[in-house]
Design a protein around this ligand. Structure first.
Ligand code: 1GP
Length: 245
């Protein structure tokens, strides 16, 4: 089964949780320990990536450690075309569709594509939509973030991604955002598309996860919260709220 099939299968049963680990924030040994903890909390798969400080070496080492420690599927969440590893199970082959720089829309992907194929990495295509505040990723990607309240605009971008043949759409408020993507924007986007909707950025409480789920998110991503949370009960509470358990 491919990672895409695995995710689709799980999402058919309800909202799933994806944990994001940034190889620049801890060494691979620590990433393995975190992966084991988050697996016990019930996460469905682990995304690996960050906007800066990731290279093929720390990406590969982190992917191997996560796999060994948890057995969960790994998904590379790339910060640019210079970091690639055959040690991941799959990658989000993504376009930041509301970037104002063609590099982040298609040129980075063109630089990486032949290498991705050569390494045999499963590529899951993804339309990446930055919502304000957008944080570091919005800044690095020169995004023009969707403003709060611009629900039709968000839905238009998302449906354009679907009509272009992309597998998934990701609404991203940015890692560490003070407020996640608003629930009514998630609902408006969900209503417009038939492909799965991933939501992330600024989700660090069970209430925020439940709101994203109620809005219609098919997958909820948490990164910063996992990095900072030593309490396995709190970890499980956010994962459970994401999945409606
Ligand atoms: C970032 O959406 C993810 O790409 C996760 O954001 O770190 O705020 O959970 P947080």
């Amino acid at each position: 089964m491919t990672v895409k099939e695995y995710l689709m299968e799980r999402m058919r049963q309800g909202t799933i949780h994806l944990a994001l680990l940034d190889p620049d924030k801890q060494n691979s040994f620590e990433a393995g320990i975190m992966a084991k903890k988050i697996k016990e909390a019930g996460t469905d798969a682990i995304m690996i990536g960050g906007s800066t400080g990731v290279d093929s070496d720390n990406l590969g080492a982190t992917a191997r450690a996560i796999k060994d420690a948890s057995g969960l599927p790994t998904i590379h969440f790339p910060g640019g075309p210079g970091e690639l590893s055959g040690d991941v199970d799959s990658m989000f082959f993504m376009s930041m569709v509301n970037s104002r720089d063609p590099f982040w829309i298609i040129d980075a992907q063109a630089q990486a594509a032949l290498h991705v194929r050569k390494l045999g990495i499963e590529a899951i295509s993804l339309g990446y939509i930055i919502v304000e505040p957008g944080m570091k990723v919005g800044e690095v990607g020169k995004a023009e973030p969707i403003r709060r309240g611009q629900n039709d605009k968000a839905a238009g971008y998302a449906l354009a991604c679907e009509l272009l043949g992309m597998d998934f759409v990701y609404l991203e408020a940015g890692s560490g955002a003070d407020a996640p993507v608003p629930q009514d924007m998630i609902s408006a986007v969900k209503k417009a598309i038939t492909i799965p909707l991933i939501v992330g950025g600024g989700i660090r409480t069970p209430e925020a996860a439940a709101a994203a789920r109620a809005g219609g998110a098919d997958a909820i991503v948490t990164g910063t919260f996992i990095e900072n949370c030593a309490d396995s009960g709190k970890l499980k509470a956010v994962v459970d709220a994401s999945k409606g358990l």
